[in-house]
Design a protein around this ligand. Structure first.
Ligand code: T4K
Length: 381
């Protein structure tokens, strides 16, 4: 095979959806005229309504980022003691527990779905456990029914880190319908973004009211502060950006779907490479495109492929390696033992996030596939 194309510019795992600047500045003019930059202004109100409708999530509360949103979720649900969670995630997931003075208890993942394994959750419940914190990793829903059954049996709360699951649906039902609370991240690297931002979605209106107090220092009115809240507010500049991004979201989804099709068609042929596919009843958030590389079948390890792709100016990511249980701040926990988390260790050594954003185009996706095919050399056909 001829040596494939080397990209002239670095190709990253993602690029933010940047709508026409003029549409953003038009909204910024309104912000300027209003003289109102934060604290539940018109742009904030408009974005909250627009997202509630788009996601069919009536009780949605905007935040300045997803991490603060999750910290507030724990406060709102009065989480304490221990929380059972997955080590296969971004650092924010266990960190928000530490910021709430709660101990993360790691449970292994299912090796196929890569989400927390409900069969293993029950064994780790103690009288200090107050909640389960699941991650819909790459938009793959957790085993929501099994987790809810366990939570109901033991009187636990269920919190979902849905940072990757904007627009995910199970059998047509929004992912935010499951659990007590779901966090969505609107970071620049997310399909829908506000540069930095996030949201909490709940089903209980009372809980939303508590969340709204907590994200604004606990302030009820000029003379009453109800609780030790924090500053979790999304500002007007972020909220305006979100409204313009939302207009272009479906076009971006279509472009990503085309890239996904190229990847699936081309990469499924490569020995040792498995494309991560969602179950047919799940609507894909199209946030990441993940492959797994089995070193025993491919000629190279995931790390070698990751390095070799750099020669073509392609910068993939090892989301999520290393596991959170390997960080120095969590390594000493009994639940961090390697033999307790075999599937997580296996998966973390195999996963690779490929470039996945509309601007890459089908041609770019084919070029990424050419490079991968060239590196891995052989086909199974
Ligand atoms: N829970 C989970 C499961 C999460 O994945 C995350 C965040 C959170 C919670 C917390 O939500 P937030 O508090 O962030 O709302 C990125 C994101 O910063 C992070 O939001 C995301 N997960 C994580 C998976 O990815 P890094 O450290 O990998 O980002 P960085 O700066 O290396 O960016 C990745 C690539 O994106 C770059 O190589 C180039 C491109 N990029 C990035 C930015 C920021 C751009 O092209 N433009 C940009 O503006 O964490």
């Amino acid at each position: 095979m001829l040596r494939p194309h080397v990209f002239s510019e670095p190709i990253y795992v993602t690029r933010p959806l940047l709508p026409p600047l003029t549409e953003y500045t038009a909204l910024l003019e309104q912000v300027w005229e209003s003289g109102w930059l934060s604290n539940n202004g018109d742009q904030h109100k408009a974005l909250e309504v627009a997202l509630s409708q788009y996601l069919r999530a009536p009780n949605l509360s905007l935040f300045n980022n997803g991490t603060i949103a999750l910290i507030v979720a724990c406060q709102a649900l009065r989480i304490s003691g221990e929380v059972i969670t997955t080590p296969f995630t971004f650092p924010a997931t266990p960190h928000i527990l530490s910021w709430n003075n709660v101990t993360p208890v790691f449970v292994d993942i299912d090796p196929v779905t890569m989400t927390i394994n409900p069969e293993l959750v029950e064994r780790m419940i103690t009288n200090r456990t107050s909640a389960i914190l699941g991650v819909h990793v790459y938009g793959q829903p957790c085993a929501v029914h099994a987790l809810q059954n366990i939570a109901d049996a033991y009187g636990l709360k269920v919190i979902y880190d849905g940072a990757h699951s904007f627009g995910t649906e199970i059998d047509g039902c929004p992912i935010t319908e499951y659990g007590d609370v779901t966090m969505l991240s609107f970071h620049a690297t997310k399909l829908f973004h506000t540069a930095e931002g996030g949201a909490l979605v709940v089903r209980d209106l009372k809980l939303k009211e508590r969340i709204n107090l907590l994200k604004n220092f606990g302030i009820k009115n000029e003379s009453e502060v109800m609780m030790p809240g924090i500053n979790g507010k999304m500002n007007e500049l972020q909220s305006a950006l979100g409204q313009v991004v939302l207009k272009y979201l479906d076009v971006e989804r279509e472009r990503r779907q085309e890239i996904l099709n190229v990847y699936i068609n081309r990469l499924s042929e490569i020995e040792g490479v498995t494309c991560f596919k969602l179950p047919l009843n799940v609507r894909n958030s199209l946030q990441y495109f993940i492959i797994r590389i089995s070193e025993d079948k491919a000629r190279y390890s995931r790390d070698e492929v990751h390095e070799q792709l750099k020669k073509f100016n392609i910068f993939t990511r090892k989301y999520f390696y290393p596991l959170c249980s390997e960080y120095s701040c969590y390594r000493m926990l009994p639940s961090s033992r390697k033999d307790h988390l075999p599937a997580s260790h296996l998966v973390a050594n195999q996963v690779m996030a490929l470039p996945f954003y509309g601007g890459l185009g089908s041609e770019g996706a084919h070029q990424v596939c050419d490079a991968l095919t060239y590196i891995l050399g052989k086909t199974s056909a």
